[in-house]
Ligand binder design. Sequence first.
Ligand code: NIG
Ligand code: FE
Length: 402
Amino acid sequence: MGAHIATMAGGADPYGSIPNAALAVKGESIAWIGRAEEAMRAASARNIPQHDVRGRWMTPGLIDCHTHLVYGGNRVAEYERRLGGATYEEIARAGGGIQSTVRATRAASADELRVSALRRARRLMSEGVTTIEIKSGYGLDLGAERRMLEVARGLGRELPVSVRTTYLGLHALPEEYRDDRRGFVDAASGPWLEAIAAAGLADAVDAFCESIAFTVGETEQFLAAAKRLGLPSHVHAGQLRDVGAAELAARYGALSADHLECLSAAGTEALARSGTVAVLLPCAYFMLRQTAPPPVALLRAAAVPLAVATDCNPGTSPCTSILLALAMACTSFGLTPEEALGGATRNAARALGLAADRGTLEVGKRADFALWDIDRPAELCYALGANPCAGVVYGGRLRNDS
Ligand code: NIG
Ligand code: FE
């Protein structure tokens, strides 16, 4: 008996599924996909090793395309204050929030950052995640930003998971620049960005374009500088207010615009025209007790590709479960299970600029896949808090490092 393969590659069947199927791997890539009987005959004739996956479901390796996985400390005390009625914005304006994680991250050694991030990465991997995007943004000076990105790159060497790094240069205004916004934006968009790009530490950039963070003008300066260096961009857009960040992201051809609880029809159209992926982050929405979800029906009607990610971070989403994010995307945001799974595979790959290489199970793509003890794919969104993952293959290799 072979696998039921959810290729997520489109086509007539839901989930692009192929029943009783098999997949052949050569090196790090998928060499063949088709019916199990055919594969078994060909493999036996040629003495190719076979693995019977006993009727399990197989999906592409999951891709968490938005995390802040590397950080110092935690924000559980802030969580308690928010439960007591304080808002995220109030805490941020009073110098807590992101600033408190900046203090803890600057104080942490590279090894301390590495050890806590490893734990979080392994939890994601245990649920079939084979690619993780990791942002900086809690250093906010060149040395500490570099350290975060180096730790993130190191995780990718230490673990079988693929890591993509993002320089989140504009996340918050650090204390030492309180009276010099211009100086900070100039540094982050100038010499710091150049040094990080020259060291090959970032695959992309990101900015928090928001009422409590950076303006459209400041974000534009940063994105323009990144573009000149050939670095693609993501934008944290419309999490708390609509300041026009989605339109800016679209204007710069950003790979993704993320959050989008506050998004107008014009912003949606702009994303559709630029092909920018809308990355939905339902765990942050839940933790901030927001009540107005992103305009999913508008996004869907405009054919904006939808991705789903954990947003793993100490403030708004201390979540290391991609399956929980998928469940919340369905229940809180109204995605179908097929859209949610597509959001952590095909469209997450696109949000990272990796669609040619991964995100679906197709011949020629990277052999990253997960095996599941489930009866049907929707169970990945349904079995709240359970982990039905029965195995993960990274680039053709079955590994148990999670
Ligand atoms: O994606 N919104 C900005 N950045 C993170 C939260 C960062 C924090 O609160 O530490 C987010 O929600
Ligand atoms: Fe984020």
